[in-house]
Design a protein around this ligand. Structure first.
Ligand code: GLU
Length: 297
């Protein structure tokens, strides 16, 4: 049904453009390339973050660079690709900012809060779990997806790991500053935890036999497995809830509300599902789930 509705929208846009001047035609071409149609006729209240970014015509966005399906750097274009990148591009488009005017900055798990706090990035869209600890220093729009912590093991599961309790006495890798690493430290202290700054290094360690498991969100692991299906497999039992939010400066309620509106509109008009289908959904062969409910705390 969402495909039909999207097709109808596209057809309507095409009809409108058929009668327009060449400038509009050029904009349509840009919009097609950039996926999200850039708003050209928006105005924001003076003094808001939206007005500042719209006037600048540019935004800096933190995302992951090594997570297939969510944020993976394409060395050919120099830009990351994935579901988070698509969602972030949608937000930029609603601010009237072209995809080519987005500066992508790699944010690893541990530097997301400081990068937001010191203004190195305007927003973070990076498999970023909303939680109370983080909400003391940054704010979150969303959630726009709900993942869950899971475990990846070597193909064939040689150590018979069926869940987090089986990690006792075993070596497991995760990333510093992530909720899954914290969960292991707090609730599964018998596991021997190794941490890196990024998950691709954990995957290397599992491949080399340096660790017996990798743990983080199921969808991140699914992306890593998709690239190495002969080496890795997913245990497939999630044991936490990881609602993904868009991080922004603490206290910027207008901006948070604006992003929440963008997300709700994307849930409604099919743009969110389309973003899923072409990225994480394509890699994992899964349909877009029901979108979560935005939490306007
Ligand atoms: N969603 C978890 C977090 O925000 C794990 C994924 C990640 O490290 O980006 O910590």
């Amino acid at each position: 049904m969402r495909i039909t509705r999207y097709a109808a929208l596209a057809a309507a846009a095409g009809l409108l453009l058929a009668g327009c001047a060449s400038e509009a035609g050029n904009q349509a071409e840009d919009a097609a390339e950039n996926t999200a149609a850039v708003e050209t006729d928006v105005s924001f209240d003076a003094g808001t973050t939206m007005a500042r970014l719209n006037e600048a015509g540019a935004i800096t966005i933190g995302t992951k660079f090594d997570q297939p399906g969510f944020g993976l750097l394409n060395p050919q274009t120099g830009n990351p690709e994935g579901f988070d990148v698509e969602i972030a591009t949608l937000v930029a488009a609603k601010l009237g900012i072209d995809a080519e005017d987005i500066t992508w900055t790699e944010t690893v798990s541990a530097n997301r809060e400081p990068f937001i706090q010191n203004g190195q990035v305007d927003i973070v869209v990076a498999t970023y779990t909303i939680n109370d600890t983080r909400k003391q220093v940054v704010d979150f729009a969303g959630p726009y997806y709900e993942a869950g912590q899971d475990i990846m093991v070597a193909k064939g599961n040689p150590d018979d790991i069926a869940g987090p309790d089986d990690l006792a006495g075993k070596t497991v890798c995760s990333v510093e500053g992530s909720t899954p690493a914290q969960n292991i430290r707090t609730n599964y202290p018998q596991a021997q935890l190794t941490t890196y700054d990024v998950y691709s290094k954990c995957a290397d360690d599992l491949r080399n036999g340096n660790v017996q498991a990798v743990t983080t969100d199921n969808v991140i692991l699914t992306g890593l497995i998709a690239g190495s299906p002969d080496d890795f497999e997913l245990v497939g039992e999630t044991f936490t809830k990881e609602p993904y939010g868009i991080g922004l400066k603490l206290g910027d309620t207008e901006f948070r509300n604006f992003i929440n509106d963008v997300l709700e509109e994307a849930f409604e008009d099919g743009a969110w599902a389309e973003a899923w289908d072409k990225t994480a959904g394509d890699i994992s062969g899964t349909e877009a789930p029901e979108p979560p409910k935005v939490n306007r705390y």
